[in-house]
Design a binder for this molecule. Sequence first.
Ligand SMILES: [Zn+2]
Length: 303
Amino acid sequence: MRRLLGTLFFIVTSLSAYDYALKPVRITSDVTCFIGLPEVMNTTNNGNITNNCYIDAGDGYVVVDTGPSYAYAASAYKAMQRIKPLPVKLVINTHIHDDHWLGNNFYTQMGVRVLGSDDFKVSADMSTPARMQTYISPNAYAQSVPTMPTDFISTDTNLSIGNQTLHLIFAKQKAHTLKDMVVYVPKSKVLIAADLVFNDRLPSVRGGDINGWLSTLDDLDKLGAEHVVGGHGYRTDKNAAQMTREYFMQMRAEIRAAIADGLGIDETVKKVSMDTYKKYKLYEGTHRQNVETSYRTLEWEQQ
Ligand SMILES: [Zn+2]
């Protein structure tokens, strides 16, 4: 009887686990991604707002970013097992923002190592509740336990795993965050650029540096990728960085002109409204902050 009750309890809890019903998007024969909505996290999308990828290394998968929750990681894993039932060999975290790594404990629970930059030890704030914990439904967040990478790297690293050699490349300077990592898959020329590339919504440079971001995009161009998967947005062709680059190029030129004209930060925020970008999601709430942050970066150039 006790065993029966135990079984019933297990079935009930399994059924009640939130299912994101993620749809895999095939980028190449060896890279499959889950593409999130270009939105702010809320109780409807439950944090399905970021892009996370699986790389097929022949005898196993390498997962790049784990999404907003344990349940999200479980949904992605389930979808990939349906395509090809391979074990996960390694997880990579591209940067410290928690919409990209709160699924970590789904994988560590299976005994998988998680590789991240040493910036996690400096900049990841584990003392306050995760944003997801506050803004998505408790059902979707259930079972998520904020979990740091198990292994840290501080410089560019080539990893040989199965039939793949993966290039883990760091931005040379502060860009989207203090330390951004990308994953390049040379075999199929796929660049998983994480939050250095946004599409279909405005990027956020709060906590970053507009100059470092633009020069990092130039560095990434030199890889010659045929497919570029950003951290947010649907576009994944080789020119997928176009919108992010054009947005920040225009912003930098307009802010520099405003500073040269002697405008203060409030006047500059009003002037640099970049109205053609109003059609993008997250314009409200992101654009103004981007101008403010970038003004503070760029005003030092003049001195
Ligand atoms: Zn980010």
